[in-house]
Design a protein around this ligand. Structure first.
Ligand code: FRU
Length: 491
């Protein structure tokens, strides 16, 4: 890495693997994240994309189709086994989505406190160009019997609950038992929507069964909800330390190097009281004598210490995946960014990739990057992870002009690229396919699935495949299974 004139060099990361239960935490440093700005064009005309095109999702047309007229759809996941292969069931592809009722009188921005996990299905094995434009998904309804998720909060004070993201494990591809890992949320709010006490976020397991016949897919179970993890304030920040703590989005997997052991990655924050100005030289990550290095004092004076994302790791202590123990965070982003969401472990050619999603507006003072996917690569599940693409971490951003203020998805900055919030909550699937949801395109709100895109991933570099689909955009909501269950009944 030769570096960009006027910018610091990225931190040296060895990719060396450490014991999963060890205490090494890799750092996504300020020196790393500043490579995004270093590779952003300072002189594009306002509202264009200033970032390298191979790291940017092609623009979604403003006349996108919607998946369903009755429900908002956002974070979406698939039916996976311990290796994150995506299974069809009895000839049907199935997806799980956060949904909210479009007819209940609230808008897309109010969805979070009303979120319920719903499911959709469609026939497997049909090419995207032979499906309806919206992907052809049939809405199957809600997964969890109404109110069942509230049992986790028995005896606590709350006013409304929500079901936030997670993942769905097909426990054995030879039968129909599935395990949902999700974030059970309880909010305790006054009439004006202010928190009386911090929201409770509990990583929760619920078991169910998938069924299918010639006509449809349905689920049973999900009546018992087992709390697995609450942030401990020691390894992961809790609500007493920071009412705005992030703790959610469990994704489980087996490491081929540790057969029979189940791990979980999740979104967290570095433990400790909010507002304590304690980022370190290691969090900044500058090389000795780098002329463009900031001092720790400069960074602390900027207030950057309010942003302290962490990608968490836990290990299962029983084979039914109902008891988990925290391990030390895999990656911290202290004084860099406050949210590393929906992390996943993606194992390819012996390399371990962590993909996660983050926002422009959750960056700390002085560092910047677009909404989208960030990636880190190492030689094991716990490694000195190398941020991908020039050491920056950026993998797949929305078209963004980093020279202009972000604005928001609901209140656009007219100077900003009208696709800076086009998509979010990306999930990287087998073969480098990436699904996500549409948020805002040219002020039109989405609440539906994006066109799938395809990434080429080679060592610590990635690029959007522009030969895939139509100029890089595949089918809307094209989320194909790459495996079939082995219990296929004849029909
Ligand atoms: C990402 C996310 C997740 C969370 C969900 C809540 O879009 O912030 O981290 O589970 O949305 O709606």
């Amino acid at each position: 890495l030769t570096g960009v004139p006027g910018f610091p060099l990225p931190t040296i990361h060895t990719q060396q693997a450490y014991a999963p239960d060890g205490d090494f935490t890799a750092r996504w440093t300020r020196a790393d994240a500043l490579q995004i700005k270093a590779h952003s064009n300072p002189s594009v005309s306002a509202g264009q994309n200033s970032l390298p095109s191979q790291l940017i999702m092609p623009g979604i047309p403003a006349d996108f189709p919607t998946i369903n007229p009755d429900v908002w759809v956002w974070d979406t996941w698939t039916l996976i086994d311990k290796h994150a292969d995506q299974f069809s069931y009895n000839g049907w592809e199935v997806i799980f989505c956060l949904t909210a009722d479009k007819n209940a009188g609230y808008g897309f921005d109010d969805r979070h406190t009303h979120a319920r996990i719903g499911f959709f299905y469609r026939r497997a094995g049909i090419r995207a160009d032979q499906r309806p434009a919206n992907g052809g998904w049939i809405y199957g309804g809600l997964l969890i019997p109404e109110g069942a998720q509230e049992q986790v909060f028995k005896g606590t004070a709350y006013t409304i609950t929500a079901e936030w993201s997670g993942s769905m494990r097909l426990l054995d591809p030879r039968d129909n038992k599935v395990s949902l890992f999700y974030t059970d949320m309880a909010f305790n709010r006054d009439a004006s929507g202010q928190d009386i006490t911090p929201a409770q976020a509990v990583i929760t397991q619920s078991l169910g069964q998938i069924h299918a016949d010639f006509n449809h897919v349905w689920f049973t179970g999900f009546t018992t909800h087992t709390p697995l993890l609450r942030p401990d304030g020691v390894l992961y920040q809790n609500g007493a330390q920071n009412p705005y703590y992030n703790f959610r989005d469990p994704f489980t997997f087996e490491d081929p190097n540790h057969p029979g052991v189940n791990y979980m990655v999740f979104e967290g924050n570095t433990a400790g009281q909010r507002g304590v100005a304690n980022c370190t030289a290691e969090d900044l990550g500058y090389r000795p004598n780098d002329p463009h290095a900031e001092t720790v004092q400069q960074v602390l004076d900027s207030g950057a210490y309010y942003q302290k994302a962490a990608i968490g790791l836990a290990v299962a202590e029983d084979s039914s995946l109902s008891k988990w123990k925290f391990l030390t965070p895999l990656i911290s982003a202290n004084c860099v960014n406050d949210q590393t969401e929906r992390p996943q472990m993606y194992i390819k050619n012996g390399k371990y990739y962590i993909f996660t999603i983050s926002h422009r507006t959750t960056y700390a003072a002085g560092v910047d990057g677009p909404d989208g996917v960030y990636g880190f690569v190492g030689n094991g599940i716990r490694s000195d992870f190398q941020p991908m693409n020039y050491g920056s971490g950026l993998v797949l951003g929305n078209p963004t002009d980093l020279n202009q203020a972000a604005g928001t998805d609901y209140d656009a900055n007219p100077q900003q690229n009208p696709r800076a919030f086009q998509s979010y909550s990306h999930y990287v699937m087998p073969g480098g396919l990436v699904e996500s949801f549409i948020d805002t395109v040219e002020n039109r709100r989405g609440g539906t699935l994006s066109p799938t895109v395809k990434l080429g991933i080679h060592a610590d570099a990635s690029a959007v495949d522009l030969r895939y689909g139509n100029g890089g955009l595949g089918g809307y909501g094209d989320i194909p299974a790459n495996r079939a269950d082995t219990n296929v009944s004849a029909f």
